[in-house]
Design a protein around this ligand. Structure first.
Ligand code: ADP
Ligand code: MG
Length: 595
């Protein structure tokens, strides 16, 4: 008995119809989906001319009997659903029974297919949807479909295709999406004589490494959360990584690649303040949930899905991704390549603050570096940090080889009045003093809004300011928030405001300029993701923080570091720049030929 049935008019009319074949990539996508639905363990794809003249997809799946093969190219011919109920619980990638029909209509198709129960394979040739030949041939268990000269009979659409590199890029993207969603399947992609992708069966992690380059996943944060009816897992790009890769986003719903503005937004918002605006983080997110809670029957060519309960899914994604980011060690490591200094993304993914925790400080007298230009010139520019020749870290001489220096307190330097250098158990930590202080003030100020406490120190000499109308409007609009932050401002008639109190933690000397600086920055910052309140905090933090160039005492540095490590997200400043960089001892050992 045939597995494939022709859907009744009634069900067919309930299925979102649409143009299935728009470009070579559409054909590749539909054929891959059919192979996956047929239970393939290996899928081999070959294209010529970016698929315009030739596409072949071969699988080792279930294959078709002759009867089914003849039915498969009919309209609404499918073995995957039969009733309206089935449509509610679709677990296959296909279900419309339209793909082979539509592909055959605009190309020259050859099919070779064999089930395990038969000895000979079926051969079928169609042209423009017309059956030209049915015979027997030889083929391993599984199916090969060849699609030649796409749109040969519809010149209008043929001319719509883009240049080969563009069309091939679409194909490659599609193949890699399925390769990520189905890591257990062996995918190969050939373009002409070239093998472009060869992804052996693997884990998602290995797949990502295969597609994006060696050890790519080392630079990602892994996460996995189980909720009722919902499992979310995946990998998130670390903030510092968005600068160097154009972030890519992969969202899979029950292994189907989908686009959801809501889910994307949830994931993006988890990065709030971790990345610059305009930067896109990499992520691959997998959502698994019962098929009947999601509507896949939307337009066939579009990838959007609808969730029955979008809000709770939004919440789940947002909390899973946010907590993964906050928990992980986001401190970038500075690797030292022989050809000079550069970042390598080799941040660890253990779910703690990794190597930066054991930092301990005490208040021994300052051990500031000794200026020595001769040494500075002789070493790698990255390492123009010079240590006093007379100092020895606890256990340094004895334990250097093993690299174990747990008792690493009291070692702290300010470098060029800009960076704080500190020893940690795994090497060296470099802290950008301005970025660190910004982060601390930013979080503290946000907290103030929640606590609504008294945060003002009165000024002995109130400062009167003349503001232009635009600036005055900003002050008026943000006055309640400015008050909560600790600013006490009186608005007089005309354009005069009087500042008679500032936040308690404002560094003395900044009182007269801070308000106008905040207004200036507030005006310039058009990051639409931030609420006015967050924007205010961000500009205040930036203006109130110590600057590069400010001298800090040991006590100030210690207190700054203590506060930083109490922050929720110590790794990046509110602008998304890194606060800390780790230089592993291992890298130094390599540099000095010790290992
Ligand atoms: P749908 O996938 O929506 O069912 P298609 O037009 O893509 O519709 O395919 C029609 C039918 O042909 C499928 O339901 C399936 O039974 C059969 N078929 C297509 N491709 C394959 C394949 N590679 N291996 C086995 N059967 C296939
Ligand atoms: Mg299909």
């Amino acid at each position: 008995m045939a597995k494939i049935k022709i859907l009744s008019e009634e069900i067919a009319s309930k299925i979102a119809a649409g143009e299935v074949v728009q470009r070579p990539e559409s054909v590749v996508k539909e054929l891959i989906e059919n192979s996956i639905d047929a239970g393939a363990e290996a899928i081999d794809i070959e294209v010529k001319d970016a698929g315009k003249s030739f596409i072949r997809v071969t699988d080792d799946g279930a294959g078709m009997t002759e009867e089914d093969a003849l039915l498969a190219f009919g309209r609404h011919a499918t073995s995957k659903i039969e009733t309206y109920q089935d449509l509610e619980n679709v677990s296959t990638l296909g279900f419309r029974g339209e793909a082979l029909y539509s592909i055959a209509a605009v190309s020259q198709v050859e099919l070779k297919t064999k089930t395990a129960d038969e000895d000979a394979a079926v051969y079928l040739r169609l042209e423009g949807g017309r059956q030209e030949e049915v015979s027997r041939t030889s083929h391993a268990n599984g199916t090969t479909i060849i699609v030649k000269n796409l749109f040969y009979n519809t010149p209008g659409r043929r001319n719509f295709m883009k240049a080969n590199p563009t069309e091939f890029r679409h194909i490659y993207q599609t193949v890699s999406r399925y390769a990520i969603a189905f890591p257990e399947i062996f995918f190969t992609l050939h373009s002409g004589d070239e093998t472009v992708l060869r992804a052996k069966s693997a884990t998602v992690r290995e797949r990502l490494d295969e597609i994006f380059g060696e050890r790519f996943t080392d630079s990602l944060v892994a996460f996995e959360e189980d909720y009722d009816h919902l499992k979310v897992s995946g990998f998130l790009g670390k903030p510092e990584y968005t600068k160097r890769t154009r972030g890519e986003q992969f969202l899979f719903l029950n292994k189907r690649y989908v686009i959801s503005k809501a889910i994307n937004h949830a994931a993006f918002s988890a990065y709030e303040n971790l990345i610059d605006k305009g930067d896109f983080p990499f992520f691959a997110i997998f959502i698994e949930m019962p098929a009947n809670e999601v509507d896949v029957n939307v337009h066939p060519a579009k990838l959007e899905v609808k969730f029955r309960d979008e809000r709770s899914i939004y919440g789940a994604i947002r909390s899973a991704t946010r907590s993964a980011l906050v928990k992980s060690d986001l401190v970038p490591e500075m690797g030292i390549a022989p050809d000079g200094a550069r970042f390598v993304s080799r941040t660890t993914t253990e779910s703690s603050r990794g190597g930066i925790v054991p930092v301990t400080f005490n208040s021994k007298p300052s051990q500031r570096y000794i200026e020595d230009e001769r040494i500075a010139d002789a070493v790698d520019p990255l390492f123009s940090l010079r240590f006093p020749q007379n100092r020895t870290a606890p256990g340094e001489s004895a334990e250097m080889e093993g690299g174990s220096m747990e008792d690493s307190g009291d070692i702290i330097y300010q470098l060029h009045n800009k960076y704080i250098i500190s020893q940690i158990s795994t090497g060296l930590l470099v802290i950008d003093q301005h970025a660190a202080h910004e982060r601390v003030i930013y979080e503290r100020t946000l907290k103030r809004f929640a606590e609504q406490g008294q945060n003002t120190q009165q000024l002995l000499f109130p400062i009167s300011l003349n503001l232009d109308p635009a600036d005055l409007t900003i002050v008026e609009e943000t006055l309640p928030d400015l008050n909560l932050m600790g600013f006490s401002i009186k608005i007089f008639s005309g354009s005069t405001v009087v500042l008679d109190g500032v936040p308690v933690d404002l560094k003395p000397g900044r009182e007269s300029t801070i308000l106008t600086e905040i207004i200036e920055d507030y005006k310039r910052d058009n990051d639409l993701r931030l609420t006015p309140r967050e924007k205010l905090c961000k500009t205040y933090a930036c203006k109130a923080a110590v600057k590069a160039g400010d001298y800090l005492t040991i006590e100030e540095m210690e207190s700054l570091i203590d506060q930083l490590f109490e922050a929720e997200v110590p790794y990046v400043c509110p602008h998304g720049r890194p606060v800390l960089v780790k230089i592993p001892l291992l890298e130094l050992d390599k540099k000095f030929g010790r290992i």
